[in-house]
Design a protein around this ligand. Structure first.
Ligand SMILES: NC(=O)c1ccc[n+]([C@@H]2O[C@H](COP(=O)([O-])OP(=O)(O)OC[C@H]3O[C@@H](n4cnc5c(N)ncnc54)[C@H](OP(=O)(O)O)[C@@H]3O)[C@@H](O)[C@H]2O)c1
Length: 493
C-alpha cells in the first residue's frame, strides 16, 4: 500500500472543531501545507469576548506561528498572500460543541459536503466538576457524532482522545492501542442522565469511576466519550487518536519549544520549577518513572497519517460491496522513547539555573520522593506553611502582606497541581503504539519529510531545554494577554 496524504485530502471537505486550541491550529496548518488542493476546511469556533468566529479565526491565522507552515508552502507555489489563500480555503462557522448540532442554525449545506469530521475540541482542565467536564467532553463528542451521522457522505469521523483514558490502570500497564477502554457503565447511561439533568445518576457514574481509580474528571469524561463513539459510530468509519501529554513542537515550528498549552500539567509544573515554587516531585518505589511528553507536531502527523491511510482504505472498500464500518485506535505517544523522571527533573532544574527567571522566588531545585515521604514533604513544605500564612493574614500588614498573599497563592496552586496531576508523574504507562509504525510505513516516501515519525532521533535533553524555553515564552504571552483583556474591560466600563 502506498498512500499519498496530499492526494487523499485533495478535493475533500473537512470539518474541524477545536481549531483555536493547541492541536487544532497546528493540525489545520499542517493539513493546508500538506494538501493545498483540499476543497474546504470548515472550522467550528465559538464566539468569545465579543469576537465572532470569523474574527477569531482571522486573528489566529495572522498571529499563530503554526501558519508559517502554510506561508512557506504558499511561497513555494508562488502565492504571496498566504493569509488570503487561507481565507479562501477555510470557512469559520460559529458554533458551540456543547450544544446539540453545535447551535448552528442552518446545517443543511454543511451536512451535504463533509467528507472528514475531526473532533478535537475539549475542555482540558483537570479541576472541573464532573458535570462540567462531561458537558464539554462527553456531550460535546455526542453532539459531534450526531452531527457527523446526519452528514450525507458518511464522513470519516476522527475523535481526538487521550492516552490517559486508561489512567486507572496506571501501575500495571502495558496498554495496547487496539484495546478499547472498559468503563463501569455504558456511556449512554451518563448521556441520558445529562439530558435528563439527573444529578443523582450523574453522581453515581462519577462515584463508580472514582472507585475504579480514575484520577480526575478530565480523564473520566474523555474515557466516557471514547466509549460512546466506539459504541455509537454506527456506519461511520472511525479513527481514535490517543495522545499522551502534548508538549512543545519539535521540528516543524521555527521558534524552539513552541507550545500553546498553558493549562497542561507539564507546562504548569515546569513553570513552577522555574519559579522555584515546585521543589518536590513524586516517584513510585516499584516502577521506573517516565514522562510521556509527546511533541505536538508528531501528534498532528499521527492524525494526518491515520486519516490519509483510512481515506485510502475506504476508497478501496467502496469499489467493493463491503460497506462495514470499523474503528481503529492509535496512540500518539513517545512510547518506548519516553523520558525518565530522573532525567526530566534534573535537566529542567539545570535549565532554569542557567536561564534564571526574573520572577523566581528562590533557586530552582527538585527532590524526588516516593510514597509516604512525598506525602510528608507536601505537608511540611506546602500544607502547613499555607495554614500558618493564612492564620497570619490579619496580622501581616504593610510591605509583608502582599508577598505573603502571593506565596500562599503559589503554594495553593502547587498543592492543587499535586492533587490533580500527581498520578501522571508517579505512574508508569507503557503504551504499545506498534500500529502507528504501520500507518507511517504505508505513506509515499516523499511525504515522510512532512509526516515524520522518527522519534528515536529526539535528543531528550535538548527537547527538555526547548520545552522550558517554550514554557517561559508561553506564560509571558499569557500574562500579556490577560493584561490586555483587563485593559479592554476597563476601557469598556
Ligand atoms: N493538551 C494535551 O496535553 C492533550 C493530551 C492528550 C489529549 N488531548 C486532547 O487533544 C484535543 C485538543 O487539545 P488541545 O491541547 O488542543 O486543547 P486546547 O488548547 O485547550 O484547545 C481546546 C479547543 O477546544 C475548543 N472548545 C472547547 N470547548 C468548546 C465548545 N464548547 N465549543 C467550541 N469549541 C470548544 C476551544 O475553543 P476556545 O478557544 O473557544 O476555548 C479550543 O479551540 C482535546 O480533545 C484534548 O482532550 C490533549
Amino acid at each position: 500500500m502506498s498512500v499519498s496524504a496530499r492526494k487523499e485530502f485533495t478535493g475533500r471537505h473537512v470539518l474541524l472543531t477545536g481549531v483555536t486550541g493547541y492541536v487544532g491550529q497546528l493540525l489545520l496548518a499542517k493539513l493546508l501545507a500538506l494538501s493545498p488542493d483540499i476543497a474546504q476546511v470548515y472550522v467550528v469556533i465559538r464566539s468569545k469576548q465579543s469576537l465572532s468566529a470569523s474574527q477569531r479565526f482571522r486573528d489566529l491565522a495572522r498571529t499563530s506561528l503554526a501558519f508559517e507552515l502554510v506561508e512557506k508552502s504558499c511561497h513555494a507555489r508562488g502565492i504571496d498572500d498566504h493569509l488570503g489563500w487561507i481565507e479562501s480555503k477555510c470557512t469559520a462557522v460559529s458554533g458551540d460543541v456543547s450544544k446539540p448540532e453545535f447551535g448552528i442554525q442552518d446545517m443543511k449545506a454543511l451536512m451535504e459536503t463533509i467528507d472528514v469530521f475531526i473532533h478535537s475540541a475539549a475542555d482540558v482542565g483537570f479541576t472541573n466538576t464532573f458535570t462540567d467536564a462531561v458537558r464539554s467532553n462527553l456531550m460535546g463528542t455526542v453532539n459531534a457524532l450526531d452531527f457527523a451521522k446526519q452528514c450525507i457522505k458518511r464522513p470519516l469521523f476522527c475523535y481526538v482522545s487521550t492516552a490517559y483514558v486508561s489512567a486507572h490502570q496506571r501501575f500495571d500497564t502495558y496498554v495496547h492501542e487496539a484495546v478499547p477502554v472498559a468503563i463501569p457503565f455504558p456511556a449512554k447511561v451518563l448521556v441520558d442522565a445529562m439530558r435528563d439533568s439527573d444529578a443523582r445518576r450523574i453522581e453515581a457514574c462519577a462515584e463508580m469511576m472514582v472507585e475504579m481509580k480514575w484520577p480526575n474528571t478530565y480523564v473520566m469524561s474523555k474515557a466516557c466519550a471514547e466509549n460512546y463513539v466506539l459504541d455509537h459510530h454506527g456506519e461511520l468509519p472511525l479513527e481514535i487518536i490517543r495522545p499522551s501529554m502534548i508538549a512543545s513542537a519539535w521540528k516543524d515550528i521555527s521558534q524552539p519549544g513552541w507550545n500553546k498549552s498553558p493549562q497542561s500539567g507539564a507546562t504548569l509544573c515546569t513553570y513552577a520549577i522555574g519559579l522555584g515554587a515546585l521543589t518536590i516531585a513524586p516517584i513510585h518505589e516499584h516502577v521506573k518513572n517516565h514522562l510521556d511528553l509527546v511533541p505536538s507536531d508528531y501528534v498532528c502527523n499521527v492524525i494526518l497519517a491515520a486519516l490519509s491511510t483510512r481515506l485510502y482504505e475506504e476508497k478501496k472498500k467502496s469499489a467493493t460491496t463491503d460497506s462495514s464500518a470499523t474503528s481503529r485506535i492509535h496512540y500518539a505517544v513517545l512510547g518506548k522513547h519516553r523520558i525518565a523522571a530522573n532525567i526530566f527533573f534534573p535537566r529542567t532544574v539545570a535549565y532554569f539555573r542557567k536561564h534564571p527567571m526574573p520572577a523566581r522566588i528562590r533557586n530552582p531545585r527538585v527532590k524526588l520522593y516516593s510514597g509516604k515521604t512525598f506525602d510528608r514533604s507536601v505537608a511540611l513544605r506546602y500544607t502547613a506553611p499555607i495554614k500558618v500564612l493564612k492564620a497570619l493574614e490579619s496580622v501581616l500588614v504593610g510591605p509583608l502582606a502582599k508577598p505573603s498573599q502571593l506565596l500562599v497563592g503559589a503554594m495553593e496552586m502547587i498543592s492543587k497541581l499535586f492533587r490533580v496531576s500527581r498520578w501522571v508523574v508517579e505512574a508508569e504507562f507503557n503504551f504499545n503504539d506498534q500500529g502507528v509504525a504501520k500507518i507511517f510505513n504505508s505513506l509515499v516516501p516523499d511525504e515522510r519529510e512532512i509526516l515524520w515519525d522518527n522519534l528515536g532521533l529526539l535528543n531528550k535533553e535538548e527537547y527538555i531545554d526547548e520545552f522550558c524555553a517554550g514554557v517561559v515564552k508561553l506564560m509571558a504571552e499569557e500574562e500579556r494577554a490577560k493584561a490586555k483583556t483587563k485593559m479592554q474591560i476597563k476601557s469598556n466600563l
